[in-house]
Design a protein around this ligand. Structure first.
Ligand SMILES: C[S@@+](CC[C@H](N)C(=O)[O-])C[C@H]1O[C@@H](n2cnc3c(N)ncnc32)[C@H](O)[C@@H]1O
Length: 262
């Protein structure tokens, strides 16, 4: 694939960097922006007040969406605090396909005494058009032997869903990357590869391009490479840019058959 922007993470503001990418060239936009909660990413990007945060969100959305192909899709990680406003913005521009709840499997600990403990992230899945790319077979969850046996009646024999597995539901229960997790890199809001890879396998064809405007520790770049897709993205913090290079180099140092099991 040609293009001096392919398979690169640029250490710059996404709003400027997006200008490098030709319109209609990206299969999947996978965005994990600052959540507007005041996290420290070594910059002030998560310290905007509500009005400024929502205005900035609308700006980057309008800069990024034209980069999608006509059958392209968007996944956006959010919290419940701002997903209502941002989903409305996106519904004015795209078709909403799913709201996915990422249950971070936070263990029960004390927690607040004036509210329920929040243990999920809200993910929006949107498409540009009805013919959006979606490869269900690539993300089916295989049944275990016991379940398969329990469905051995003749009406089920040969059923594709029984052989290949079922469609993941819209609640994804995947442990967050706690400090001791083997995938964990030095970034405060690193996402698990399992989640990002499911999005990529479902919504970006092999050899296609995934755009992540807010790369953080580079999970999208690593996941794209492990899945045989191309990536492009941006990250403001130079230390995170170096971390992304290290993660990609570690992956490339593995034998091809070990890369997907990392
Ligand atoms: C929620 S984190 C992304 C985490 C990432 N998904 C991962 O798994 O590591 C958001 C990242 O966006 C970066 N960022 C914030 N504003 C940005 C901007 N305008 N352009 C590029 N990067 C930005 C922050 O420095 C931070 O690392």
């Amino acid at each position: 694939m040609s293009g001096d922007w392919i398979n690169r993470v640029f250490g710059e503001d996404a709003l400027q960097g997006l200008q490098r990418i030709p319109d209609g060239s990206v299969d999947l936009l996978l965005a994990d922006p600052p959540y507007g909660l005041g996290k420290d990413y070594g910059n002030d990007s998560d310290k905007l007040d509500t009005a400024a945060y929502l205005q900035w969100t609308e700006e980057w959305i309008d800069a990024a969406l034209p980069k999608l192909k006509s059958n392209g899709s968007l996944y956006i990680f959010l919290t419940w605090r701002f997903s209502p406003e941002i989903f409305v913005m996106l519904k004015q521009r795209m078709t909403m396909i799913n709201e996915i709840i990422w249950d971070r499997r936070v263990p029960s600990m004390g927690g607040g005494t004036r509210r329920f403990s929040s243990v999920h992230d809200t993910i929006g899945f949107f498409a540009r058009a009805k013919d959006y790319h979606f490869d269900l077979d690539a993300i089916r969850i295989p049944y275990d032997a016991e379940t398969k046996k329990a469905r051995s009646r003749s009406i089920f024999v040969g059923a594709k869903w029984l052989e290949l597995g079922y469609n993941p539901k819209d609640v994804w229960s995947v442990s967050r990357l706690h400090r001791e997790h083997r995938e964990r890199a030095d970034h405060p809001t690193q996402k698990p590869l399992e989640i990002v890879e499911r999005m990529i396998k479902a919504s970006c064809p092999p050899g296609g391009v995934v755009l992540d405007p807010f790369m953080g520790s580079g999970t999208t770049a690593v996941a794209a490479r492990r899945c045989g897709r191309n990536f492009v993205g941006f990250e403001l913090n130079p230390e995170y840019c170096a971390l992304i290079e290290r993660r990609l180099a570690q992956l490339d140092a593995k034998k091809p058959d070990e890369r997907v099991r990392a």
